[in-house]
Structure formats: structure tokens, C-alpha cells
Design a protein around this ligand. Structure first.
Ligand code: ADP
Ligand code: MG
Length: 335
């Protein structure tokens, strides 16, 4: 006859069993691993992730930084050998075969141009290349007038079947500086997901993306006050599985005779676009939020907010020139 163990023992044994299972399945070294890198794309890159094992976490961060180096190598217009530089040198002469990666990004860029009534336009570079914000150099009116007809996203002709790009006229230049950082963040996140990471934050300059949460709590992302120091924020936004991009007139600029020239160019005038102090866009992935965050500078806060409210998967926060802050409908509801 089987004797039953007294209930107290049974439950004690169960507690012990559970403790053993927990020890086996809950990795003892799990921790947040974080790294900051200032050596790629001329910007600060931050990666933070929850890793079962610190070494695997560090390797994953290496992989994220490799993705960013790759984007820099193929998209930077400062590098004459980059694929984008080769397109700029050759695409006016005829259709040029390009990688699927660049083709897809040019297709996304076109979508953002259409969504923003042409405020986002990678051919801004046809005039934009004459600015050097670090050296305080800008083109004069005659140079702008001469180059301006080449600024129009419709000059970039894409052939999906042949995977080629062609410029419809001479003088057209493209620059993906308006989406490259967001795109590199998305590639970084993809690299982490492929390695099985489910809680992470990746940012490159003003573009960030988050997967998962912080164990039941959202990630809190601060939106900088455009006229105060880097640590001062106007608000903090709780985010889970989302991307966020901020464009600011404080990022790269110089002042001359009281005018602030900064790195977002109005494709219609060829001048620096200064209709807001900053614009933040929240959405599903960072290529998209990066592409859409420049709109408000070109179109102004009201028109831009109208566009942002029309696009289903995004929200926005704009700091107007007078310092007042406006929110898209989705955020107004949440406040
Ligand atoms: P960051 O370079 O820090 O990511 P932004 O996301 O605000 O800053 O992007 C600014 C960059 O966008 C500029 O440096 C330039 O490369 C590019 N750009 C400027 N004007 C336009 C425009 N009208 N359309 C698309 N890209 C632009
Ligand atoms: Mg950006």
C-alpha cells in the first residue's frame, strides 16, 4: 500500500521543484546591456538590450553597429565610392542598376514625398550640396536659382522590373540624409530580432526604435526642448514597440545677420526651411518616422499637422517658432 506524504511535505517538495526549474530556465546572468558609440555616421548611436548572457548581448550590439557602418558605406554622399555617390555621378546618363536595398529605399523616399506634398524630397541635394553647415557656407541667390529646377522627386525615375534608377535631367543629385539614420536603426532592430532579442532600444541621433517593454513598463523617450541644453525635455513619451524621430533646428546650423540657417532645405525655394523649432514623429518604424519628421519645417505647423493627422500609423508633436507645443489627434486623446 502506498503511503501518501503529509501535505506539508508535498507542498514543500513542490516549492523546491519550482525553485529548481526557475533556476534552470531563468538565466542567472540576464541583464540590461548598453553601449554608446560616437564613431559612425557622424552621430551618437545608443543600443540597449535585455540579454540572457552579457557576451551574447555585446555581440548583438556589434552586429547593430556593423549594420550602421554598412548603411554609412553605401549611402553617404561624403564617400565618393558609396552606391549613392555612384548614382549621383551616373544616373543622368541613363538607367543604372542598383541594389535591391537602395531601390527599396528610393521607393520609400518617393512615398514620403507624395505623403508630404513634396516637403520631403531627396533631390533637395541638387541645391543642398552647396551648403556646408559646419563651415558656414551657403549658396547665393544666383546659384540657387540655377540649380533649383533639378529639385523635384519626380526627376528620379525608378524601374522596378529592371531595378534601375535614372535621373530625368542633368544636375539632379540625391541625398538620403533625411532617412538614412532611421533606416539604419531599423536594420539594427532587425539584426536584434533575428538573434531572438525581444526587449531593446536602438537610436542614431534623433531617430530611435524600441522593441518590447521594460518588464511591464514602457520605455520613456524624452523630447528635447529646442532652446535648452541636451538634457532638458519638453515632455517624455511612453513607448512600446514603436519608433520616434525628432528633427530640430538646433541640430546643425549657423547664424548670419540674425538668420538661422540649418540643415533642412525647402525643396520649393532651395532655402533653409525654418517654419518650426522641432518636429517629432512617432510611428511603427524609424525609416518612416525619420522621413516624415522634416515636413513641418517646410510646410509649417498647421499644414504639417493636417498631414500627420491624415496618416493612420503616425502621431506627432511640433514645437512652433513661438515655443508653443501642438500634438496630433492621437496624442491629444491620450493626454
Ligand atoms: P539628422 O540628420 O540628425 O537625422 P534630420 O532627421 O532632421 O536630422 O534630417 C536632416 C537631414 O535631412 C539633412 O541633413 C539632409 O541630409 C536631409 N534633408 C534636408 N532637407 C531635406 C528635404 N527637404 N527632404 C529630404 N531630406 C532633406
Ligand atoms: Mg534623422
Amino acid at each position: 500500500m502506498m503511503t501518501r506524504a503529509p501535505p506539508t511535505f508535498r507542498s514543500a517538495a513542490r516549492v523546491l521543484c519550482l525553485a529548481v526549474i526557475a533556476c534552470v530556465s531563468l538565466p542567472v546572468h540576464a541583464e540590461w546591456v548598453r553601449r554608446i558609440d560616437d564613431g559612425i555616421m557622424g552621430t551618437r548611436i545608443t543600443v540597449e538590450l535585455w540579454a540572457d548572457d552579457k557576451e551574447k548581448g555585446e555581440q548583438a550590439i556589434d552586429a547593430v553597429l556593423d549594420e550602421m557602418r554598412h548603411v554609412d558605406e553605401s549611402m553617404s554622399t561624403y564617400k565618393p565610392t558609396s552606391e549613392v555617390s555612384r548614382v549621383n555621378a551616373n544616373a543622368a546618363a541613363g538607367p543604372m542598376p542598383i541594389t535591391k536595398e537602395l531601390f527599396d529605399l528610393l521607393t520609400a523616399a518617393r512615398e514620403y514625398s507624395v505623403l508630404t506634398d513634396g516637403a520631403f524630397d531627396i533631390t533637395y541635394a541638387s541645391v543642398g550640396y552647396m551648403y556646408d553647415f559646419r563651415k558656414h557656407v551657403r549658396p547665393d541667390e544666383a546659384q540657387i536659382t540655377k540649380a533649383l529646377p533639378a529639385v523635384d522627386y519626380r526627376h528620379v525615375i525608378l524601374d522596378a522590373k529592371k531595378q534601375t534608377v535614372r535621373f530625368s535631367q542633368q544636375g539632379v543629385r540625391i541625398d538620403l540624409g533625411g532617412i538614412a539614420k532611421g533606416y539604419s536603426v531599423d536594420r539594427g532592430i532587425d539584426a536584434l530580432k533575428a538573434r531572438g532579442f525581444t526587449r531593446a532600444y536602438v537610436s542614431a541621433g534623433g531617430d530611435s526604435r524600441i522593441i518590447g517593454d521594460r518588464f511591464g513598463k514602457p520605455w520613456m523617450v524624452g523630447i528635447r526642448d529646442p532652446r535648452k541644453g541636451a538634457g532638458e525635455v519638453i515632455t517624455r513619451i511612453p513607448l512600446v514597440d514603436a519608433a520616434i524621430s525628432t528633427s530640430g533646428d538646433y541640430e546643425r546650423f549657423f547664424e548670419e545677420d540674425g538668420v538661422r540657417y540649418h540643415h533642412i532645405i525647402d525643396p520649393h525655394t532651395g532655402h533653409s526651411a525654418s517654419k518650426v523649432r522641432s518636429a517629432t514623429v512617432i510611428g511603427p518604424y524609424a525609416t518612416r518616422t525619420d522621413g516624415l519628421s522634416k515636413t513641418a519645417f517646410v510646410l509649417g505647423p498647421e499644414k504639417a499637422m493636417e498631414i500627420y493627422n491624415r496618416i493612420d500609423d503616425i502621431d506627432a508633436i511640433i514645437v512652433k517658432l513661438d515655443g508653443t507645443v501642438i500634438y496630433s489627434k492621437g496624442l491629444e486623446k491620450a493626454r
